[in-house]
Ligand binder design. Sequence first.
Ligand code: GLN
Length: 500
Amino acid sequence: MKLNELRAHELLPMIERQEVTVEEAVTETLDRIAAIDGIIKAYITVTGERALQRAKEADARLRKGEPPRPLEGLSVAIKDNICTKGVRTTGASRYLEDFIPPYDATVVERLEDAGAIVVGKTNMDEFAMGSSTENSAMFPTKNPWNLKRVPGGSSGGSAACVIAEEAVFSLGSDTGGSIRQPASFCGIVGLKPSYGLVSRYGLIGYASSMDQIGPMARDVKDCALILQAIAGYDQRDSQSYPNELPDYTGCLIPDIRNITVGVPKEFLDEGLSKTVKDAFMKALEKLEELGAKVVEVSLPHVRHALAAYYVISSAEASSNLARLDGVRYGYRAAGCEDSASMMAVSRGEGLGPEVKRRIVLGTYVLSEENHKKYFNEALKVRSLISQDFQEVFEMCDCLMGPTSPTVAFEAGEKTRNPLEMYLSDVYTVPPNLAGIPGISVPCGFDEEGMPIGLQIMAGQYDEATLLRVAYAFEQATDFHKGRPDTQKGAHESAGGGRSV
Ligand code: GLN
């Protein structure tokens, strides 16, 4: 078995015992990227030289007898809306195509302090707006299980690179489903933590009242390990959670006999494909077999979640993206006569169609004549949804539903109809509105071999229960062990994104 095929918790003890060097592990990941990423196109930028340099430094420290750090030598891929000092961070937008941040995001700093090694920056929908990675201004990413399908989005590159074994794990961001939906489409585990648990300092903001950064990995244990390294108070994020955190790997006990699982009946409505529903029902049976109590619950207001989400997220996006004015950094159109036209033309030329659509929508719902009718109403819906969740969490330890109504769809299938694309997030958006955590774990494959995801949700800051239930389910099933056959076509082209 190659080193890049190992999970974090398998590779770590080998590095700790110095059976393999960090350089060997990182080299195998970089070789894999060179061999396969010309086809998958998960990376916008590959930081090979920098990674090897860091790997050598880590080996030197270990040889001197310094104790290994918690993520020593693990290759990590970072979504390209998370700032990396000295390494360009594009948000998959032409606007920031050559933007090189002067600072690291807190999560990057924490991962590197824990010994992880950044091997590259991953593709995404422009500024995290989308569900298929087709809104990237760079290129679309392929789903490693079937190259004609999308990997999901917006963290499509971060999901594809993990299942294609081009990184041990990755970071994504999730405002309405962007970690969980691609995790489900690519057959990996993706965790959106509670709002405020992980610092967003250095994340290019999309909708700041919902944005969260979280881990994407091949199993639950890896996710817990990474969460431990990145979670926790940061004074540079005003919404940061100040309290002590539990030991997330310590809570992985595969025993859920005293757990009550609620299934919101609204998550099984029309629009849910039969194969996904069947896999979900089988997952529930498995949980009952493991001793959990499964009960039906109702979240009466979630049917308005998607509408409220698109009003709130577009409003916040229109405000966040106002910083892209071509003045201090990013794209600036040439030949404009005054500053107003320079800003307008720069935005016109530098931003893609979906981003513009959201800015127009957001500006509209915030306008003097409309904000009461749309924005304030959406905020009310949001409070009602939060209340719905609070009420059911008085009866249940966690909730479950499908992550997405379908498996990964074909590239191009939904690009002409934004509403259809938005529906892909119908089950992932409610937790963002309520600020609660959600995780997607593999729970089956359809008849064409495409992965299906199970979403588990828990009360705010109760990641311990979330991970425990996810772990128990995973340990009782084999779906997380599935690997796509990426050998087919691997010879067709080589080389990943831009190398630095
Ligand atoms: N697909 C949703 C959107 O387009 C969610 C994106 C996200 O979570 N960043 O807004």
